[in-house]
Ligand binder design. Structure first.
Ligand code: NAD
Length: 339
């Protein structure tokens, strides 16, 4: 099978590329990525040595490039990770979020209509459901929870999900959608909470925590997310949405304290800063459907996943030091030319 992974040079997409290369060595994995600030060829270095892997630099919102990619690669499956993904950036500048996340998704779907596809999978987020109150621990997001977004990021992801469902109903495109909780693990871009805290702690800098630090996120180790998507591709029912989460809710401040403990550092570097505008209080996924219908269970406990993640950042200083120094922007051209 030819599997196109859009956004495969980013955090989760790259983990998925490695997961698929390992689990399905007879499939061809094609990464199609624009290489925005969040995409990084250094992340794909080990994949580039594999015969059954190919990288194409391209924008999902560029119709000509996408159609050309469909003509040359003849994908059987598209897994769309490509997105602008940072909530803070969406608050500063929403437009590119609409362009990539909504227009980009519609271009991919049009290509599926034009050329045919066995499966289009949309990687979505629990943020499309909005947030839950902190004082109702009995409430969780299910697949039938109404979409109720807070940020330009989550609104653009919800818009994309609705388009995917519309293309299924109107044009019979064989689609599935997954909505996952917050991921963590190797190759996570340094602007996100967990890597930011690890890197700042290593550099002896302050650890900025929004508001009172009590906002709750439901954390999942990235490899468990990848395994869930693979399972949905194999066994998921066309037209369905699957929530993915491991019932692992933590207040942000507790996550930061866990990281500091792992690094053997004290808590004096924590600094509470002005809260994010419209900051969602609590996300919590009910993963009953994927567990009961497809047999998926997360396999990594948070304590083990955080240990592995902290160790990865200690072992791969070069990877994140390049990013934070901006050097990686020149990396692609010098390493791979226009490939
Ligand atoms: P990321 O920002 O690390 O990576 C995004 C990738 O998409 C980058 O490689 C970037 O170059 C690429 N990209 C951006 N615009 C593009 C375009 N127009 N055309 C082609 N490529 C483009 O994001 P991530 O954290 O890996 O998230 C991947 C997907 O998973 C996103 O769709 C996100 O909404 C979703 N998601 C993320 C989380 C999380 O915790 N990070 C949780 C649930 C869902």
């Amino acid at each position: 099978m030819n599997i196109v992974v859009t956004g495969g040079a980013g955090f989760i997409g790259a983990n998925f590329v490695y997961y698929m290369l390992k689990q399905h060595p007879s499939d061809k994995i094609i990464c199609y990525d624009k290489l925005t600030y969040a995409g990084n060829m250094a992340t794909l270095e080990k994949a580039m040595t594999k015969e059954n892997f190919k990288f194409i630099r391209g924008d999902i919102a560029d119709r000509q490039q996408v159609y050309k990619m469909f003509e040359t690669e003849k994908p059987d499956v598209i897994v769309n990770f490509a997105a602008e993904s940072h909530v803070d950036r969406s608050i500063e500048n929403p437009e590119i979020f609409l362009q990539t996340n909504i227009i980009g998704t519609s271009v991919l779907l049009d290509a599926c209509r034009k050329y045919g596809i066995d499966r289009y999978h949309q990687v979505s987020t629990d943020e499309v459901y909005g947030d839950l109150p902190l004082d109702r621990p009995d409430l969780f997001f299910t697949e039938t929870t109404p979409l109720h977004t807070s940020s330009p990021y989550s609104s653009s992801k919800a818009g994309a999900d609705l388009l995917v469902q519309a293309y299924h109903r109107t044009y019979k495109i064989p689609v599935t959608i997954s909505r996952c909780s917050n991921n963590y693990g190797p190759y996570h871009f340094p602007e996100k909470l967990i890597p930011l805290m690890i890197i700042n702690a290593l550099a002896g800098k302050k650890l900025p925590v929004y508001g009172d630090g009590l906002n709750v996120r439901d954390w999942l180790f990235v490899k468990d997310h990848c395994a869930a998507i693979d399972l949905i591709l194999q066994k998921g029912k066309v037209g369905e949405v699957y929530n993915i989460g491991g019932h692992n809710e933590r207040a942000n401040i507790d996550v930061v304290k866990t990281i500091l403990r792992e690094l053997g550092k004290g808590e004096e570097s924590i600094e509470f800063v002005t809260d994010r505008k419209g900051h969602d209080r609590r996300y919590a996924i009910d993963p009953t459907k994927i567990r009961e219908q497809l047999g998926w269970e997360p396999t990594t406990r948070f304590e083990d996943g955080i240990k592995e993640t902290v160790q990865w950042y200690l072992d791969n200083r070069g990877w994140w030091e390049n990013i934070i120094s901006g050097d990686y922007q020149n990396y692609y051209e010098s390493m791979y030319g226009s490939r």
